[in-house]
Design a protein around this ligand. Sequence first.
Ligand SMILES: [Zn+2]
Length: 430
Amino acid sequence: MNDTFKRYLDALGKTQFMPAQHLQNYQRELLRQVVEHARRNVPFYAERLKCLVRTDGTLDFDRWREIPILTRAEATQFAEEMRAVDLPPQFGDVASRVTSGSGGTPLRFAVNALAMLAYNAAFTRLALWHGANPSRPLAQLRIYRQTAPPLYPSGNNTKGWSQLAPDTDCFGLDMRTPIDDQIEWLSRHRTPYLMTLPSNALALAYASSGTELQFERIFSISETILPGTRELIAEKLGAKLVGMYSCEEVGCIATECPEAQHYHQCSEMTLVELVDDEGRPVPPGEPGRVLVTGLYNYATPFIRYELGDVAIADAAPCRCGRSLPVLSQVLGRTRHAFLFRDGKRVWPRAWNEIAMRGFVPCREFQVVQLDYENVEFRYVPDGEQPIDIDGLAAYAREHLHPSVEISVVKVERIARGPGGKLDPFISQLT
Ligand SMILES: [Zn+2]
């Protein structure tokens, strides 16, 4: 497998700079193969993919958008039917996976080794883009769903965070470990690299003042990165925060450009579509619902799968020279849009962490829209400094909606959602 990995990683080094049309052709061929497989070997897709099949049996991709969007609820309900009945051996061993589903119902699916290889290659490429060396150790703090969680004080060492260097230390610890114990554990391992959720990185940044805890790179997973977070992490932990947008069902979706603060789609392994409420493609610069199609998961193919996220594409070529299409922003969950009486919808992701902490010195916060006018700012105070409620209210009216009334509530802790995620913006209206 290691030779295959190296060859694939070499290929990814070239495809990222391919002329756009060549890249599209490369992606189309992978798409054709997974679609052919799905319609022949996966009962769930037999009917859904018929719209693509011409009378001579070839596939007509001009009709791609007629394929129904696959919701998470459907994927949960039809888990068995979505699994391939027959899987040729070249796709590798199959493992079972489970993720925390919407409404608490777990989503069960299968993934083959080739999909895992592609996922790890995309992560490795991201690490190399940002000057990280796969032969140096990495610590990860996250929620473990597939295995028993590695507990404090020992955690675990699974070795080889990149398949390029399988003997490198890769330490892991359950993210639900109290923050001071996380710091003690990290101080013992002293790795240059950390992988965790940005909200957990921020919690570490605040709790570790006065300690020696520092990193070179922190790879950010599972949550979107709010403006200002990178600066706070750089200041307090000395680290460059590097974003990765992925999901377990299809793998890597997009990774952060080393030269600009946006993401490049991993077109070699995932097809990304952004659509409006009616399922029509949205133009660049406008928020759209994210649909993904995994090009290597043959065990449970996900075709036009709606993640529940909203993102914005940018049509301009990136100055780094990579032709991989750009996502300028991942705005987060669809259900986290704030809705106002005049019909305006706002994803408050552009709120700046540093600006907000200037009004309300806090370690963590959560902004909750209670109704059309009332928004609650919940926060865990950072020290005893005074808060500037008028400044916060003016900021909210400027960045959310002029009708907003804001109130502040001091709390001891912000509760985490499924997967350990801290949702910084929640609307009770959407
Ligand atoms: Zn770039």
